[in-house]
Design a protein around this ligand. Sequence first.
Ligand SMILES: *[C@@H]1O[C@H](CO)[C@@H](O)[C@H](O)[C@H]1NC(C)=O
Ligand SMILES: *[C@@H]1O[C@H](CO)[C@@H](O)[C@H](O)[C@H]1NC(C)=O
Length: 179
Amino acid sequence: MKYLAIINLVLTVVLYPGLQGAHFRFTNFQCSSMDTQFVEVKKCFLKMVRRNVVGMNLHLAIKYDQPINKVQINLIIFRKSNVYRQFLVNHTIDFCYYMRRPEKYPIFFMFHESLMDATNANHTCPYTEKDIYVRQMTFNDRTVRDLLSFLPEGEYKLVVFVGAFGVWRLQFNIYGRSD
Ligand SMILES: *[C@@H]1O[C@H](CO)[C@@H](O)[C@H](O)[C@H]1NC(C)=O
Ligand SMILES: *[C@@H]1O[C@H](CO)[C@@H](O)[C@H](O)[C@H]1NC(C)=O
């Protein structure tokens, strides 16, 4: 018990100040529609928000004319090292369910505030918007803190597949570096 408390104290003292100044910077962002009849990618780019801070921008045009009430998200996280890609996470969720109880999915919830602050898809299903935007999304302090609490610093690739009605429609590759 005492031993654990000491380890905990050491970790807190040693790591916490480090995490305070931690950053995650996007280095590349690729988007592709796997079904252009359903959704088209109009814009997909990174743009400087301020010094050392890069924002992610996305504009999707939805071609489907009914409300969308079945959405799946698959998140895959890789960490790059010199010799190999270490595979860390591969989770799929029912996004409509997730949006009703986001805190039940810690891995996705890490990104929740950062994403919701930047998108008009900031509500529960159904989605009736014909245009979905993400504007200058950055990972806020909380996202970075949570990310680094279970992932070591390094170069990352996040692959996000988005499906609707059980069919994969979009793929995003997000590259970034934490330090
Ligand atoms: C992720 O898991 C799904 C099954 O849940 C599998 O089909 C897919 O190939 C996996 N992807 C990777 C990169 O391992
Ligand atoms: C969702 O985003 C829109 C603009 O993108 C904003 O007007 C609205 O207040 C936001 N809603 C919530 C619940 O945050």
